[in-house]
Ligand binder design. Sequence first.
Ligand code: F6R
Length: 604
Amino acid sequence: MCGIVGYIGKKCDLKKVLIDNLKTLEYRGYDSAGVAIYDGNINIVKAKGKIVNLENSLKDVDICDSNLGIAHTRWATHGEANDINSHPHRVGKVTLVHNGIIENYNDLKKDLIRQGYIFVSDTDTEVLVALLDSIKKKEKDNIKAINSLSKLLIGSYALGIIFDDDCEHLYAVRKDSPLIIGVCNDCNLIASDVTAIIDYTKKYMLIDDYEIAKLGKDIVEVFNSDLLLVNKEISEVTWDINQAKKNGFSHFMLKEINEEPIVLKETISEYIKDVNALIKKMPDFSKYNKIHIVACGSAMHAGLVGKSIIEEYAGIPVIVELASEYRYKKNFYDSKTLVIFISQSGETADTIAALRNVNNDNIDTLAIVNVVGSTIAREAKEVLYIRAGVEIAVATTKAYLLQVAMLILVGLNLAYTNKKLSENEVNFILNEFEEIPSKIQNIICRDSECFNLAKEIYEAKDVFFLGRGIDYSICMEGSLKLKEISYIHSEAYAAGELKHGTISLIEKGTNVIGVITDESLMLKTLSNIKETVARGAKVLLITTDKFNSHYDFNCHEFVVEKVNSVLQPLLIVVPLQLIAFEVARLRGCDIDKPRNLAKSVTVE
Ligand code: F6R
């Protein structure tokens, strides 16, 4: 959450450079934004709301071409979104931007107040700047001062720092919040992720926890916490800038749903040739008799789909837990347990913390991640990359789909390894897997049907998603997608559970979306849905069967082609994503940047 950028280099129109770079990070937070630009003086400009507000405010501010600047887009943690709480913060002779949370800021603040510091904002960040300023009164060396600061902070931080006494350099440090350095010919940059530097360079360095970077216009030095110079490897971004553009689509979310067939093909192609490829390209899973899946949000929902598949096909018990819970509870695992961490960004704070706990206990870990080189990808013992490319819309679509696809492949691998499925049976499914991208394409082409169904829902106050088994897990994702982008209250319920309380909310006109694909549970779910109809519910079914004609059940329906049940989740979620999108569009919502949200949740 929050995005930071910084520039040091040859003189240029830094207002434009910083705004352009910041815009690529807007998915990380968009409550307010600000810049600090040095042109002989430090000019700080901040604006509440989206980056475009800051861009407009900057038009009226006279700032000369500059060689040094930092900027920030905020997802508020401490203090409401307003100009005072926005970054950059400046105290004494130090100006900085911060992504993260300082947990001990209250204790530090008391001490600084005793020293005579006066605070104007509600933020933890202002305390951090004051602390650095107070350290600087005794320690002139900026690297040593930052190192001392790190030792006093509890929490997470990625900082971009300008010291008044050294405007030839930009300083940066991180702990548990992402930070990269873009390396160019005539400038160097810092950013929360590579999308902000790709217009300038494909070359970047990853900064590790507690490392301190000193960037000059043509040199980057990185020091470890013992103040020794570290030799950093330079990596190259493998994707193209166009991936981070809308390319003719009205919204990133729509573009990303449209990319699903192609990214699915890219992700699965190396595994689905035959069972031998599936076994060879994945780690050896043969020793595991228990699996835990740990993730947040949609990634956790993907984990629930994975649980149904692994338990059903491989006969291995799976526990799925929210990372924010798993990290603080007692977990029961041993040397035969594999703990799988799922994350699009690879930077989700709770998932990282849970991973570190499991690593400390010496239990095997596997990450399913999209962003190459991200913290989770680097710290897990094994990693399987999905190939979603850049996902910009805050609500995940293509990455969720690929997480499910990867879990299906893991499930098939385990099923074969555990002799629950024969070579022929796995090969048969892998063959059908190859057809799934084009079948998804067929669903995407039915967008106008989804639009018509969305028209039935978009004025709803509440929507209830009902399903059983694997369909219930998909309902959870459908419900999250709808509520997060359209702001319609929605809940996913196990169809059989509704009558234990929640059915009291069903009244004339309440919208119910049923997901029915599991043949063995089809009639059971239908009975539960009929119970809601008896109380006045309006029903839409997302299903693999024609309920209107085959079961004489009068409702709106979207019928998805039937495929092997292990692959069915990949098709059934697509209309749910499209309907959520169309509902939000009809309601005039800011689909790619829903209120209060941020894409990469780097605070706990
Ligand atoms: C919802 C959504 C979030 C993420 C969650 C985990 O559309 O995108 O629920 O799934 O914040 O993020 P990652 O996968 O980056 O760990």
